[in-house]
Design a protein around this ligand. Structure first.
Ligand code: MGD
Ligand code: MGD
Ligand code: MO
Length: 668
């Protein structure tokens, strides 16, 4: 029996340090690593039994070939050799007939490990396939932050320990960023106040000292209302602004006058007195800290919302105070040069790009030139997680679409494959991890043999490159060599020396932060750019989300559930037990619709329909309906919330707008 260190590979800001007990080549126990500087020895309920995922009886263990109709789920095992040969000959035929752009790779963050996440980019660039824009999560949030702060690093989470006022802003902390609670708890012990801003009373909201319930997609207006009060009452940090901020005067003159507390209240549904109190609490705090989640960015105005919230700490000088600042996405990925894996230099000039959010539309659009004839899906489950699920399913059902899915489980997407390739879990391959919620990086080595005949994304890329006749030494490198090279790039990519010897051992390594990182503004002007002349509009302002133009009585929030991570962990029966397609409604809305707790309710809009079980909750405001979690088809009656979501994109970053939809409801 031995205990080895690893890192959680999932798409979550925590990127936990793991201690894995191994017996006879099997992981038998997984615990938190107490030496991890951020996750400090605890795990979420999903990862606390990661061994149940790794050794699940549901793991795919051999390549499979479809023998039934599309989506029927009938497959027969084949060898890797036959699978790769079949794929290569189909691709070659498609390239001859329709051109390489008829091939579409489709991947996301099933694993966050840099090597496996990006493992197939180079292959598809070399083939000249269509390039995929990976926008499924929250690029708008990144763009909004960048508009004001450029490439500046965001505040480290541990700083919150020294804050006296913490805003958990559209962050479902107890579900999605549970380890930040350590830092918030410390601050709270010292008297800090914790306030949550969300669209319904989440567990996090109930746990906080105070909760502001806001109308979905209107947080930008709230930020402007707060800035209005701060300015009106002469409370802005003028000394900080004079030295570090560009555009405060212009914002004051041209934008803020319109956002009186009364006007802001009518836009956001937050009472005027609460807006005043919030602004005063924020500006009077010794060191206000905002932890910005992604929820508010999943709307048509998502980037602008993030841009406006990013202006708040600037107005009160929070970046200059120990314990103050703003944490959006930490820049851990900047510690490595990812391009040595991705090889963007191989992308053919002028090659077509397709936004992954539009998958349904792309697969069903007969006029597209060339039409997508081959789809290679890995590390993502679009039949479950992409918007406009009806169109996605229609596309996947196309008999003339050759679909390959590289997966660990028989997901909703894998069911529609022509060929399925079995994928390794993080314990069975080499990689290196960063986090988007803190500044710790960690190597995760292959610590158990591959389960069945499964192979990693990199190994699959190697086999396919060879079969497609791509003669590049690049593809002959081992996973260890690739990870070694990534580690070497830290010297070039990170401002301070990284402890590479420690990193190589598999220990978690805290990235050293420059002394003045919070005041080192990486923008064109060297200042915080409230006014950004490169953007249109150059001054931020509020505008309404997409749903303002939609029909439908209820805004549908479809946010995370602690039991699953996006659609990952649906394989774990102990986590998916019971009713999962639950819809929460305010008691008065339920009464008006003649519904009571436990009733079946059908939601409907232009995109489609989905059936839920009703939960009556006073934590939801009138006019909003809430569903948590992304569930495999088998746990739903006719698909999950993505039957209802739309593929409209955000104002910047071409990102997803999952929460920006309206639905009508009726008893089933
Ligand atoms: N357990 C669990 N953990 C996860 C995930 C999961 O599915 N389950 N998903 C992972 C992934 S991929 C990501 S990107 C992160 C995301 O994690 P978070 O950053 O927490 O973001 P979201 O989950 O989008 O939403 C957070 C909160 O925003 C609220 N919200 C929605 N609209 C608005 C709004 O207009 N204004 C405000 N103020 N709040 C709003 C939602 O109700 C939700 O409670 O979590 C990761 N971790
Ligand atoms: N309605 C609605 N939809 C949403 C969201 C929402 O809040 N509401 N959230 C959105 C967000 S923020 C995100 S990030 C997306 C995420 O959506 P997806 O990218 O689809 O993520 P998962 O559902 O976690 O699916 C990842 C899949 O990758 C597989 N996998 C894991 N590791 C590996 C590996 O090493 N190799 C291979 N080949 N496969 C692997 C897993 O088994 C799993 O099936 O969902 C989005 N969809
Ligand atoms: Mo995400």
């Amino acid at each position: 029996m031995e205990i080895k260190k690893s890192a959680c590979p999932y798409d979550c800001p925590d990127c936990c340090g793991l201690l894995v007990t191994i017996e006879n080549g099997r992981a038998v126990k997984v615990a938190g690593d107490p030496e991890h500087p951020f996750t400090r020895g605890t795990l979420c309920p999903k990862m606390a039994h990661y061994e149940r995922t790794v050794h699940s009886p549901k793991r795919l263990t051999t390549p499979l070939k479809r023998v039934g109709g599309k989506g029927e789920g009938k497959f027969t095992p084949i060898s890797w050799e036959e699978a790769i040969k079949t794929i290569a000959s189909r691709w070659q035929e498609i390239i001859r007939r329709d051109g390489a752009e008829a091939i579409l790779p489709y991947s996301y963050a099933g694993t966050m490990g840099i090597l496996q996440h990006d493992a197939c980019h180079a292959l598809f660039y070399a083939l000249g396939a269509t390039s995929l824009d990976r926008t499924l999560c929250a690029p708008a949030k990144g763009q909004g932050y960048k508009a004001v702060m450029g490439g500046s690093l965001t505040t480290a989470p541990q700083e919150a320990q020294d804050s006296d006022f913490i805003l958990l802003w559209s962050l479902s902390m107890l579900a999605t960023d549970i380890h930040f609670k350590h830092d918030v708890d410390r601050a709270r012990k010292n008297g800090a106040r914790v306030l949550c801003i969300d669209t319904y009373a989440t567990r996090t909201a109930r746990w906080a000292d105070d909760f502001i319930c806001i109308k979905p997609g209107t947080d930008g207006a709230l930020a402007l209302g707060m800035l209005h009060v701060i300015d009106r009452d002469g409370l802005a940090d003028e000394a900080f602004i004079a030295r570090y901020v560009q555009g405060w005067q212009e914002l004051k003159q041209e934008v803020l006058p319109r956002y009186t507390p009364a006007e802001t209240a009518s836009l956001t549904g937050v009472q005027a007195e609460r807006i005043e109190d919030l602004a005063h609490a924020f500006v009077q705090a010794r060191a206000p800290f905002i932890r910005l989640g992604s929820g508010m960015s999943r709307y048509g105005n998502g980037a602008m919302t993030c841009r406006l919230i990013t202006c708040l700490p600037a107005a009160v000088g929070a970046y200059g105070k120990r314990g103050g600042g703003l944490l959006t996405s930490s820049g851990g990925s900047k510690a490595f040069d990812r391009d040595i894996i991705r090889r963007p230099d191989w992308e053919k000039k002028g090659v077509r790009h397709i936004n992954m959010i539009k998958l349904g539309e792309v697969l069903t659009d007969k006029s597209l030139q060339p039409q997508v004839k081959a789809l290679y899906v890995y590390s993502t489950n679009p039949a479950c997680t992409a918007p406009e699920q009806n169109k996605v399913m229609e596309g996947l059902a196309r008999e003339d679409l050759f679909t390959v899915v590289h997966e660990r489980f028989m997901t909703d997407t894998a069911r529609y494959a022509d060929i399925i390739l079995p994928a390794t879990t993080s314990l069975e391959h080499e990689d290196i991890y960063y986090s988007y919620g803190h500044y710790v990086i960690q190597r995760g080595a292959k610590i158990i043999p591959a389960v069945g005949e499964s192979k990693s994304n990199w190994e699959a890329a190697q086999l396919l490159a060879e079969a497609m006749g791509i003669q590049e030494d690049f593809f002959s490198q081992s996973q260890e060599e690739m990870v070694e090279q990534l580690m070497e790039t830290t010297t070039k990519a990170w401002p301070l020396p990284v402890d590479r010897a420690k990193l190589a051992t598999g220990e978690p390594v805290a990235l050293p932060l420059p002394e003045d990182y919070k005041l080192d503004f990486k923008t064109a002007s060297g200042k915080i750019e409230i006014f950004n002349p490169k953007l249109k509009p150059a001054l931020p302002d509020y505008f309404p989300p997409h749903y303002a133009e939609d029909e439908g009585e209820f805004i549908l929030i479809n946010s995370p559930d602690p039991r699953v991570l996006d659609s990952s962990f649906n394989e774990r029966e102990e986590l998916t037990r019971g009713n999962v397609m639950v819809l929460q409604l305010h008691p008065e809305d339920a009464r008006r619709l003649g519904l009571t707790e436990g009733d079946r309710v059908r939601a409907k809009n232009r995109q489609g329909e989905a059936v839920f079980t009703l939960k009556v909750s006073s934590g939801v405001t009138r006019g909003t309906a809430v569903s948590e979690g992304l569930w495999w088809q088998e746990y739903t009656e006719s698909g999950n919330t993505n039957r209802l979501t739309s593929a409209r994109t955000t104002d910047m970053g071409e990102g997803s707008t999952f929460y920006d939809v309206r639905v009508d409801l009726k008893a089933e």
